[in-house]
Ligand binder design. Structure first.
Ligand SMILES: NC(=O)c1ccc[n+]([C@@H]2O[C@H](COP(=O)([O-])OP(=O)(O)OC[C@H]3O[C@@H](n4cnc5c(N)ncnc54)[C@H](OP(=O)(O)O)[C@@H]3O)[C@@H](O)[C@H]2O)c1
Length: 386
């Protein structure tokens, strides 16, 4: 394992996250996850990420890490319930105290804001976090994937350590948005979903049936032209990997680690075998000529994908919603995520509609269809102007 120095921290270049313990990647095998966590420690991983919103992951992680607590960094997140945290001063403090209890530790190394609270001023939240640092309850704090303008507001107001961002060779939006903020404000970038939620492994065919509750059932990355583009990227990485004796997953992680601001790449595997594959990527030094070729290929893919996505957004918004209600729901998720990633709409503007759509998720019935038709009409007006 290679390490990097950020201030007085020496972080393993690859960290392990516990999102999978929430069931986000299907059925949870806790025994396998515990084995993976222990294997990670043995192989030199010293950065572990969780969140109050990942089911009982904080408690689980705290118990597994207890014997090595003084050798590892624990990062957790203030998530709120239903993805809408209260970032007011009192709420930040009580959430932190609850996380400390669940983790069974006296100090959180990195406390991250998971989601935005547009109703609380950034300065109030930052003051609350600074107080927690002074009191020794947290060592550092950072932000996760908030709307970019809010990330910037935090970067300008507080003493942030890091920005947690989705970044992989198949999800490259952060290259133009969050990585420049890291560079400008001297913040550590912590990348997540660096294997593209497993897509780079080639284990999934187009239209793969994911288990109930698996977020990849609605993840745009696994849909339509995004999936096809990911397959092309995987094939390119696999070919390039021949020169290094490396798999596409390993080459993908090496590409993430080659981004100058990235301190740590987080994977969330629950399998010791996949972990071993992923960790080996920290040893790959991509030659500059290969990096250049790969970046040129990815830039071409960016414009090819964007063109296809614009056509799809139009088709989804102009036609009738498809009959299958889950597929209709997924189509609207696809439209909103694409609109944000292509700069057709600001994330902050789309967020309210996103939350409205998500409130329907538990009961996709005829009433939900009517509401989804309303959302479709609203998005058509906003994105196409019809
Ligand atoms: N801030 C946020 O909102 C946010 C969002 C997402 C993630 N995160 C954090 O970042 C961590 C990492 O993200 P992630 O969990 O999405 O990472 P990831 O490793 O890209 O995705 C995990 C998924 O990919 C599969 N996978 C990983 N490596 C594989 C391999 N070599 N071969 C086949 N399948 C493989 C895993 O299946 P197996 O278990 O079968 O290996 C699992 O289903 C999370 O756990 C969480 O701590 C934060």
């Amino acid at each position: 394992m290679k390490y990097c120095t950020v201030g007085d921290w020496r972080l393993s270049r690859i960290g392990l996250g516990c999102y999978g313990l929430s069931g986000a990647y299907g059925i949870v095998d806790k025994a396998a996850f515990a084995r993976t966590l222990r294997a990670a420690i043995e192989q030199g991983v010293n950065f572990f990420d969780t969140a109050e919103g990942y089911g009982d992951a904080e408690t689980f992680l705290g118990q597994v890490l207890a014997p090595v607590r003084d050798r590892v960094y624990i990062a957790t997140k203030l998530s709120g319930t239903g993805g809408q945290p209260d970032l007011s001063s009192g709420a930040v403090r009580s959430a932190c105290q609850a996380s400390l209890r669940r983790l069974g530790t006296e100090m959180i190394d990195l406390y991250q804001i998971h989601f935005d609270d547009p109703h609380t001023p950034v300065l109030e939240t930052v003051a609350a976090l600074d107080d927690l640092v002074k009191e020794g309850l947290i060592r550092r704090y950072g932000v996760s994937h908030l709307p970019v303008e809010r990330v910037l507001a935090y970067a300008e107001s507080g003493t942030l350590f890091s920005i947690l961002m989705e970044l992989s060779s198949v999800a490259r939006g952060a290259l133009d948005t969050l990585l420049p903020i890291c560079e400008q404000h001297n913040l550590a970038a912590i990348a997540f979903s660096v294997t593209g939620r497993g897509i780079l492994s080639g284990h999934f065919e187009s239209g793969h049936h994911f288990a109930e509750g698996d977020i990849r059932r609605m993840d745009p990355l696994f849909k339509r032209e995004c999936f096809d583009a990911a397959v092309r990227v995987r094939e390119h990485l696999a070919k390039l990997g021949e020169a290094y004796g490396a798999t596409a997953v390993q080459m993908g992680i090496a590409w993430v680690l080659a981004q100058p601001q990235v301190a740590c790449a987080l994977t969330g595997t629950s399998s010791p075998a996949h972990l071993a594959e992923n960790l080996a990527a920290s040893e790959i030094d991509l030659a500059q000529e290969h990096l250049d070729t790969l970046n040129a290929f990815l830039a071409q893919e960016d414009s090819r994908l964007a063109d296809a996505q614009r056509v799809t957004v139009r088709q989804i918004l102009e036609g009738p919603l498809v009959t299958d209600l889950e597929a209709a729901f997924n189509d609207l998720v696809y439209v909103m995520e694409t609109a944000v990633s292509l700069g057709m709409a600001e994330e902050g503007v789309v967020m309210a509609t996103f939350l409205e759509l998500f409130s329907l998720r538990g009961a996709l019935d005829e009433n939900a269809r009517r509401q989804m038709q309303g959302i479709q009409q609203y998005l058509r007006g906003m994105l196409i102007g019809d």
